[in-house]
Design a protein. Structure first.
Length: 164
């Protein structure tokens, strides 16, 4: 482990959290940019394409109520697609019951999601979003099952399930 890096990160993260509180206490984070030009829609265009609930999750990084999504209990085989652009994000064989009330996966389809750190709850969390349209999906934690140890905690409203 690089000691300098570790120490720097240790100082940097709390400092950034404090700055965030001082300058932007109630800011709603804009969602991530689309990687593909054709998915770079304006706010109004996204509002026209999505339900208001999905818009709030995908484009304003909102979070649905726990246990509110039917996809939390979805047990069939199939693929979970991005509700914004239909890119396949998760396979049912990587889904597990985390008990949190949100659809949870221990791995994503390779290359389908990208991550960034957010400070919405002051403590840094790793946000992830669709790699194509930039739509917010959820947060990824390091307390998931093997083999990855990851827990992708996803909003059901940001997904569309396609059974096999
Ligand atoms: Zn997408």
């Amino acid at each position: 482990m690089n000691q300098f890096l570790t120490r720097r990160t240790f100082i940097l993260i709390p400092t950034m959290s404090i700055l965030k509180i001082i300058f932007n206490p109630l800011q709603v984070l804009a969602s991530s940019l689309a990687s593909k030009e054709e998915w770079n829609f304006s706010k109004d265009e996204w509002k026209a394409r999505l339900s208001s609930e999905s818009y709030y999750i995908l484009r304003e990084e909102g979070t649905e109520r726990a246990f509110s999504s039917q996809l939390n209990n979805e047990k069939r085989k199939g693929i979970f697609h991005c509700a914004g652009c239909d890119l396949p994000l998760f396979s049912s064989d990587k889904k597990f019951d985390s008990g949190t009330g949100w659809p949870s996966f221990w791995d994503s389809i390779q290359g389908s999601v990208e991550t960034k750190v957010d400070f919405k709850l002051i403590v840094p969390r790793t946000e992830y979003h669709c790699s194509r349209c930039g739509g917010h999906q959820g947060h990824v934690f390091n307390d998931g099952p093997l083999p990855t140890g990851k827990r992708y905690c996803n909003n059901g409203l940001a997904l569309r399930f396609v059974p096999d």
